[in-house]
Design a binder for this molecule. Structure first.
Ligand SMILES: Cc1cc2nc3c(=O)[nH]c(=O)nc-3n(C[C@H](O)[C@H](O)[C@H](O)COP(=O)(O)OP(=O)(O)OC[C@H]3O[C@@H](n4cnc5c(N)ncnc54)[C@H](O)[C@@H]3O)c2cc1C
Length: 404
């Protein structure tokens, strides 16, 4: 069992909690740190169920936290992978327009890329698209050469190894169940006993709002789970895709639209879609939790969002249950792909914060209370940006908690 007294407890062994703990043990080696993770290994949820893309930062509003941390974070991630011999590849990607209606949105992305300081982004026409991706149907594309791929579960395991080597404790199978205040300290109650701590940082991903409520902090937004389902291209048809092929995203949503992604360990994924999930950590269509579903449906913000976006939501459900509809979305990018070329792949569940006014929280969001910090909204590209997000959160902790 871990020691009973700590200076800081980090809740959640996903890539963000691990990055925060790694940075804390590096900068403040004298602080006794415990990271509590409820599963039997790290990166069991979002951090181990994602597309593995090292995003460049082209999508995000200039000046936003996403833009700042992604551009710096992608360079830091590549350097980290290089230093620790973690498989990665800077393969570049194309964002493809298949109709003229998409040109203005593509131009906005191009301008964002320039404003965010990305190198080498350029607009190309159909011939050049075919040189890069011979099977792609685009009539215009943005080439983003700095995009890469890696395996974030492996990155997370390396973060955990470094935390331990720097004197921190990573405690698996340790579910945080409540908090008490006692003698000016916080008692963190867990499935492996109670630990007293001066400070706590909540990085509980899909449960960050619930953990914050346990600590008596009213969450500003609610986490709504959106499942992303993938198909895999069969090995014989992987040659349809050389690198990464993305559509021009709908700016009203934080999701990028189904796309093709080459995996660093081999294979090509198609997806993910974005379907409302009826269980926060539910990876299949039949996953259901009454508590999670009632939680979502009793939240006013959910109905405000649904009234605005019901058409898109119904379309996503239809595509989830109807493979032909999924294939049709992919055929806009690569017309040759057929239903028989795709076999069911994995799935991930995104933790997306939703405001009471029905708007999805667009940017990363961290909130400090008396002696706790809550990481509320860290969707994609947070894995890419994890090293820089970890540094930013530790800086916030230093400022708020007065760490020397
Ligand atoms: C389908 C999909 C595709 C994505 N693609 C990309 C991509 O290509 N590139 C990119 O940069 N980002 C991508 N992302 C986003 C990225 O994966 C996430 O932003 C990132 O992993 C968030 O990390 P996290 O640590 O906040 O959450 P998580 O990895 O979910 O970690 C939270 C942890 O908290 C633990 N926990 C929860 N409650 C408790 C409790 N009470 N006690 C103890 N532990 C608890 C959970 O078990 C979990 O391990 C994708 C996400 C998804 C879902």
């Amino acid at each position: 069992m871990p020691d009973a007294r700590y200076d800081i407890v980090v809740i959640g062994g996903g890539i963000i909690g691990l990055s925060v703990a790694m940075e804390t043990t590096r900068r403040f080696p004298k602080l006794r740190l415990l990271l509590a993770e409820k599963e039997d290994r790290v990166a069991r949820h979002q951090s181990g169920h994602n597309s593995g893309v090292i995003h460049s930062g082209i999508y995000y509003k200039p000046g936003s936290l996403k833009a700042k941390t992604c551009v710096e974070g992608s360079a830091a991630m590549v350097e980290f992978c290089r230093q620790h011999s973690i498989p990665h590849q800077i393969c570049g990607k194309v964002i493809v327009a298949t109709s003229e209606e998409e040109f203005p949105r593509m131009q906005t992305l191009f301008e964002r890329g320039q404003a965010n300081g990305l190198q080498g982004v350029r607009m190309i026409g159909p011939e050049e698209i075919r040189e890069i991706e011979p099977h792609c149907a685009g009539i215009r594309a943005l080439v983003v050469p700095s995009t890469g791929i890696t395996d974030y579960a492996t990155v997370s395991e390396k973060y955990a190894e470094i935390i331990t080597s720097q004197g921190g404790t990573v405690s698996l199978n340790t579910r945080v169940t409540g908090f008490q205040r006692s003698n000016g300290e916080t008692v963190v109650e867990t499935s492996r006993g109670a630990f007293s701590t001066k400070y706590a940082i909540n990085c509980a991903g899909l449960y960050s709002d619930r953990v914050s409520a346990m600590a008596g902090q009213t969450p500003t937004a609610m986490i709504v789970p959106f499942r992303g389902e993938y198909y895999d291209l069969t090995p014989e048809r992987e040659n349809l895709v050389r690198t990464l092929i993305y559509p021009v995203p709908d700016p009203r949503f934080p999701f990028l639209g189904v796309h093709f992604t080459r995996r660093v360990r081999g294979g090509v994924d198609a997806g993910p879609n974005a379907v409302l999930a009826f269980r926060r950590e539910g990876y299949t269509r039949s996953s259901f939790s009454l508590g999670d579903t009632l939680g979502t449906f009793s939240y006013g913000g959910f109905w405000r969002m649904a009234s605005k976006h019901w058409r898109t939501s119904v379309g996503e459900f239809y595509r989830s249950f109807n493979k032909n509809a999924f294939v049709a979305a992919l055929q806009r990018l690569v017309p040759e792909v057929q239903s028989a070329d795709l076999v069911p792949g994995g799935a991930g569940v995104r933790a997306q914060a939703l405001n009471p006014d029905g708007n999805l929280v667009d940017d990363f969001q961290f909130i400090a209370s008396q002696n706790m910090l809550h990481v509320y909204n860290v969707p994609s590209p947070a894995a890419t940006a994890s090293l820089v997000i970890g540094r930013a959160i530790v800086k916030m902790a230093q400022d708020n908690f007065g760490w020397q």
